[in-house]
Design a protein around this ligand. Structure first.
Ligand code: PGA
Length: 248
């Protein structure tokens, strides 16, 4: 599988700015696997205007289909707007919006129902990390996130798993190569045991920048990156894309 670069724009950029950046990316004619997670009001418009870029929602309702849920939008609505990806369980959603593992599992199930690829985020806080069993804890998070799917469903649905240590997000501090190698080996082992390794893509997120991106991509089982802050500067984003284009 070709490595992916997921740009998480969070709650940044007005529509005109997003259009300008997407136009600059398009003009480079780069052949890389880019997914941009833009604010949801822009999704349908941008996906229609820039058909060679893949866009991604940063959140979705845990209710499937349609219904009286003011303010929510569902996975089938995303699909109807040609959106194939959604970030689920980002630490900012877990911490600021109190999303539980169970809610995240329901969202993953809604993705399955609508044939949308969930980008499931897992990660530990610094205090979790000081706990000797934080690695099994991460796998537990993953097991819960997938728990609403039965075995056949989890083997059928494409999934992207983003390991994002919470202490690394926006801090310019990243785990060591050894730590990342160990964690990605654990996650991959779990996926293999569950027979979902073939339809899963593993990415790293947390302070990815131009200086560390190549090292991160060299870690076994890492098949892409989720980039927050560095993706907000289009010049850096373009340099990252050029690097992907050159090496993959
Ligand atoms: P960062 O954010 O690259 O700014 O650390 C990553 C993320 O929050 O997904």
């Amino acid at each position: 599988m070709k490595p992916i670069i997921i740009a998480n724009w969070k709650m940044h950029f007005l529509l005109a700015e997003a259009v300008t950046i997407c136009s600059k990316i398009m003009s480079q004619d780069l052949q890389c696997n880019l997914i941009i997670a833009v604010p949801s009001p822009y999704l349908a418009y941008l996906s229609d205007k820039f058909q060679s870029i893949q866009f991604c929602a940063q959140n979705v309702s845990h209710f499937s289909d349609t219904g009286a849920y003011t303010g929510e939008f569902s996975t089938i609505m995303l699909k109807s707007a040609n959106i194939d990806y959604v970030i689920i369980g980002h630490s900012e959603r877990r911490n600021i919006f109190a999303e539980s593992d169970e809610l995240i599992a329901q969202k993953v199930y809604c993705c399955f129902k609508a044939s949308i690829t969930p980008i499931i985020c897992i990660g530990e806080t610094l205090s979790d990390r000081n706990n000797a069993d934080y690695r099994p804890f991460l796998i537990e998070r993953l097991i819960t996130a997938l728990s609403a799917l039965d075995t056949t469903q989890s083997r059928l649905n494409n999934i992207i798993i983003a390991y994002e240590p919470i202490w690394s997000i926006g801090t310019n501090v990243t785990p060591t190569q050894e730590q990342l190698t160990g964690i990605f080996a654990d996650i991959y082992y779990f996926l293999q045991q569950s027979q979902i390794a073939n339809n899963a893509h593993l990415v790293y997120g947390g302070s990815v920048n131009l200086d560390n991106i190549q090292q991160i991509l060299n870690i076994p089982n890492v098949n892409g990156v989720l980039v927050g802050k560095s993706s907000l500067d289009y010049r850096i984003l373009l340099q990252m894309l050029k690097l992907f284009n050159a090496i993959f």
